[in-house]
Design a protein around this ligand. Structure first.
Ligand code: GCU
Length: 730
């Protein structure tokens, strides 16, 4: 939904009602900087922050303008929060100066904190603490590098937004993963693949001449949560972005993002040497091809200093790749890595590959293609692996590659955009999903080797670490379509910075930043957020069911889909429902995908009795009357999960109603309408799936499950035209 203009009438009502209820279109995200209402708290903060001191650096160092960006953010933020105008001085003139600087360029500031603190702040982090400097009581915001000061500024503003105490202020933090990227699946024509919040933010036609102020706000939002890289273009790539005219456009964006510590990356279409280079081949071992990429990369770095590197989808879903020339993924990745290495660039080569013509279970195919290549990739070539082996299902077991490529840095790819989780129409807070993935134990080389530790490089001591989130952002005024989906962008960034944060902490923090600190508002919203992912799983694909959504646009149910261009795009391929039962046998008696996991996991998940309920039908085909841990038959358990998903959404509708008058009418009404739609859609999922599976189970619905509203044919006949984000509809 687009909310570009706030009506004058709404504004007048809101102004009359006071600042709390000011009309709000959600544009400011979590960087709202509304006045701290409690006067005494505001006075305490105002006394603590009286001016901004930027001592001139005594040592030269490369400046990206991050300190100036930090100063601007603090000035604007504290003006909003406290109503004070902070002037900038070169030396503190009074108590309460905010002292900004870096250890590298200002040794006298570095001397104010311990060596241990500086080490803890590492490359990009910060130390914030009270100090005496030039005889004044100051708050020091110190980074080793400029960007650390910027991250510190955002952390300090967050502290104030959350109304945290100033006494004993002591914030030291540094990211655990080096490259924290958003992946935009944005096409050059403005269409966002699997994007549900409008068109692309990048106005390619206007660039580089028109530089929208929105680009800076995007960078501010990213930097505030620690995102430090952005892949601007779709993995289903267009080679045109590598042509000189487009590189100038990319450079204009990179210039805006640079002070915010954000590097720009592009997707590289493997066949670009043929398509835009005039070569006859894109064979990665052909000297002319290598030279073409070497020259192209040199050109890119001339135009875009600090360029991050390439993301590549190759030999996957029709994308070109090295296999067309009898070469493998490592050959392709290494050729690009060699071109990038002189500039410090990296290549992220995706492991999302599967082939309809290969008879093996799709779950096994990425592993089979990539695992044997472990050890063959250059050190600046990272293999980027989706969290699960199929495709961002509402719940998946972790991808077995994470436990099987110790010699290769692996990037974790998460999907922030809710392709399979209700898109921008449904609330599904992904913090718990991301947390579940990061905390999953691969048991390689031994227990405790979680995905987080594989990815941050600490298990196998890799020099490069990368995490990627497929963005849920578009040009909708509120950025994400669903106002509460902003929380997913936020949660991704916070976890990418520190995977030890919990989703409960993050939900609480985001809610307070976005809706204020009133516990009567924070408590219900936080609960809704934390319940939502499981609720969506329950009413769509519970107990390990997967890939039973509608074909193409992927919105809503489609367990009956049995024709979809290729077998591994159908639903029947995955649920395998028949008179005997339901589920995909991936044990030894079936596809044996389980063999790709560590023995500890095979033991656990190889037996239905020890497989967690939430993955049961992912790994086992079980009879309808299989006795579950609850004591109920499988059929009843499935039905009750569907019902429970619907019931949970209804409890949110009630909880949301209590917020009427406690927030601006715009966001209140928008979410109220979305929840009504979600309740409807949850019922559709429940009814359609239960009616469909009932054809096989031949069992009645258990007590407590509402009878379906329509017959199965009604649901099968539903069609969505022009669904957003669906490439086939454009
Ligand atoms: C999913 C998605 C595609 C996307 C692909 C990918 O299959 O539906 O639109 O291109 O993932 O990650 O490459």
């Amino acid at each position: 939904m687009r909310l570009p203009f706030v009506s004058i009438a709404a504004m007048a009502v809101a102004l009359a009602a006071g600042s709390l209820l000011r009309a709000d279109d959600g544009y400011r995200l979590w960087l709202r900087y509304d006045r701290v209402a409690d006067e005494s708290l505001r006075a305490t903060y105002a006394a603590a922050f009286t001016e901004i001191a930027l001592p001139a650096p005594t040592r030269p160092g490369f400046s990206l303008g991050s300190i100036e960006a930090a100063r601007d953010e603090l000035t604007t933020g504290l003006k909003g929060l406290l109503g004070v105008d902070l002037s900038t001085v070169s030396q503190p003139t009074r108590d309460g100066a905010l002292l900004l600087g870096t250890a590298v360029r200002s040794p006298e500031l570095a001397g104010l904190v311990s060596e241990a603190d500086l080490r803890a702040a590492s490359e990009e982090g910060y130390v914030i603490r009270p100090v005496i400097f030039a005889g004044k009581r100051c708050v020091l915001v110190l980074g080793n590098r400029d960007v650390g000061v910027l991250y510190g500024a955002f952390a300090l503003l967050r502290h104030v937004q959350l109304h945290e105490p100033i006494a004993g202020l002591n914030l030291v933090s540094a990211p655990r993963i080096q490259r924290r990227l958003l992946n935009h699946w944005d096409n050059l024509n403005g269409f966002v693949e699997r994007g549900y919040a409008g068109q692309s933010l990048w106005r390619w036609f206007e660039l580089p001449d028109i530089v929208s102020p929105r680009y800076r706000d995007y960078a501010r939002a990213c930097a505030s949560i620690g995102v430090n890289g952005t892949v601007l273009t779709n993995v289903n790539a267009n080679a045109l972005v590598l042509t000189p005219a487009y590189l100038q456009k990319v450079a204009a964006l990179a210039n805006v993002f640079r002070p915010y510590g954000i590097r720009v990356y592009l997707t590289a279409r493997f066949s670009a040497p043929v398509e835009i280079g005039g070569l006859k081949t894109a064979d990665p071992l052909d000297p002319a091809v290598k030279q073409w990429w070497t020259d192209k990369v040199a050109e890119i770095y001339r135009i875009i200093p600090g360029f991050g590197g390439f993301l590549v989808k190759a030999n996957s879903e029709g994308q070109p790749g090295p296999q067309a020339y009898g070469r493998n993924h490592a050959d392709g990745a290494n050729m690009l890595a060699d071109a990038l290495v002189p500039y410090g660039g990296i290549v992220m080569w995706r492991a999302f590959v599967y082939d309809n013509n290969v008879p093996a279970d799709r779950h096994t195919q990425g592993f089979s293609e990539f695992q044997p290549l472990d050890g063959q990739f250059r050190s600046n070539a990272i293999v980027q692996v989706k969290n699960g082996a199929i495709d961002f299902m509402p719940r998946e077991p972790f991808h077995p590659l994470f436990g099987a490529m110790p010699q290769t840095p692996l990037a974790l790819e998460l999907q922030i955009t809710q392709e399979y989780l209700g898109q921008s129409m449904q609330l599904a807070f992904l913090g718990p999903l991301f947390e579940e993935v990061l905390d999953a134990d691969t048991f390689r080389p031994n227990a405790g080797s979680t995905i987080a530790k594989i990815v941050d490089g600490s298990v196998d001591l890799h020099g490069i670490s990368v995490i990627a989130g497929v963005a849920n952002i578009g040009d909708d005024r509120n950025w994400t379509g669903h106002p509460l989906a902003q929380a997913n962008w936020y949660a991704y960034g916070r976890l990418a910075w520190d995977h030890q944060l919990t989703s409960a902490q993050i939900a609480n923090e985001w809610t307070r930043l976005t809706f204020g600190n009133d516990s009567a508002v924070v408590q219900p919203i936080t609960s809704m957020l934390l319940e939502s992912h499981e609720a969506v799983v329950n009413y769509s694909m519970p107990l390990g069911l997967h890939h039973i959504m509608a074909e193409g646009h992927h919105y809503g149910p489609g367990p009956w889909v049995d024709q979809a261009g290729r077998a591994d795009w159908t639903s029947v391929y995955y649920h395998r429902a028949d008179a005997n039962g339901v589920g995909f046998d991936r044990t030894k008696s079936g596809s044996n995908a389980l063999a790709q996991y560590a023995p500890e996991i095979q033991n656990l998940w190889g037996n239905p009795a020890t497989t967690p309920d939430n993955l049961l039908l992912w790994f086992h085909h079980l009879p309808w009357d299989y006795r579950m841990k609850s004591g109920r038959p499988l059929w009843d358990e499935i039905a009750l999960h569907y019902q429970s998903g619907v019931d949970t959404v209804r409890t949110w509708q009630k909880a949301w109603a209590t917020l009427n008058g406690k927030m601006d009418d715009e966001r209140f009404t928008h979410v109220k309408q979305l929840l009504a739609r979600q309740e409807h859609d949850a019922r559709v999922w429940r009814d359609a799936c239960l009616l469909y599976f009932q054809q096989f189970s031949k069992k009645p619905l258990p007590a407590g499950v509402e009878p379906p509203e329509h017959p199965l044919d009604f649901y099968k006949a539903q069609q969505i035209h022009f669904a957003p984000g669906h490439p086939g509809a454009h």
